[in-house]
Design a protein around this ligand. Structure first.
Ligand SMILES: O=P(O)(O)OC[C@H]1O[C@H](OP(=O)(O)OP(=O)(O)O)[C@H](O)[C@@H]1O
Ligand SMILES: O=c1cc[nH]c(=O)[nH]1
Ligand SMILES: [Mg+2]
Length: 213
């Protein structure tokens, strides 16, 4: 597994505003949207392309276009939904699959409550969107869903990551023979006793969409 922390002053600036507890929900949603577009630029560095012949007003030339099958983008509900538009801005022709996953805040175990993915992902590049990589349980399960169906190249875009979650992913995915890359805006210090990222940004889903039950 590779981990890529995007080191860019604009990313750091937007992330600082996102973390700030005084940032309201509309601003939080806008910042998450802008950040994912910046991270997606790095995350799509290995997106597959084919040669493509065109003619400019001056001369014929060969460029590239996205290869077929198109990449699959998978936001993890709920919080990952706040990253979808920002990702699709860069990959407008990608397909989108959905995973609904929720972490039990007592046991910190992730459960899956919704799944809408293509049955066959053989030969597909997948981009998983989830703002928070905390214990890593959610992302490990999501990546398993994709590799079990044949996905052969996986990139997860997370706004924040914790070292404990990255270590767990390394362990859980040790037997997975598929390249996995994590692209994040920051590797934070640690998790607290409740499994929250420190300093983090709090509960991403709640900050995007409000507290539900
Ligand atoms: O790395 P982990 O310890 O598994 O935690 C990370 C998960 O927790 C949050 O989702 P949450 O369960 O709060 O659901 P929500 O998006 O509906 O708020 C977050 O969006 C991740 O999916
Ligand atoms: O810090 C954290 C950890 C898990 N989920 C969140 O939304 N935030
Ligand atoms: Mg949440």
């Amino acid at each position: 597994m590779r981990t890529h922390v995007v080191d860019h002053p604009l990313v750091a600036h937007k992330l600082t505003a996102l973390r700030d507890e005084t940032t309201d929900s509309p601003t939080f949603r806008r910042l998450a949207d802008e950040l994912v577009t910046l991270l997606a630029y790095e995350a799509t560095r290995e997106v597959r392309v084919d040669p493509h012949d065109i003619t400019t007003p001056v001369a014929p030339t060969t460029g590239v276009k996205l290869a077929t099958p198109k990449p699959l983008v998978v936001p993890i509900l709920r919080a990952g939904l706040g990253m979808l538009d920002g990702m699709m801005r860069l990959l407008p022709t990608a397909e989108v699959g959905f995973l609904g996953m929720m972490r039990n805040e007592e046991t910190l175990e992730a459960t899956t409550y919704a799944e809408r993915l293509p049955e066959d992902l053989a030969g597909r590049q997948c981009y998983v969107l989830d703002p928070m990589l905390a214990t890593g349980g959610t992302l490990a399960a999501a990546i398993r869903f994709l590799t079990d169906r044949g996905a052969d190249h996986i990139t997860a875009i997370c706004l924040l990551a914790a070292p404990e979650g990255c270590q767990r992913l390394e362990n859980d995915l040790a037997g997975v023979d598929v390249p996995v890359t994590i692209v994040t805006a920051a590797m934070d210090e640690r998790l607290n006793e409740k499994g929250y990222i420190v300093p983090g940004l709090g509960d991403a889903g709640d900050r995007l969409y409000g507290v539900v039950g």
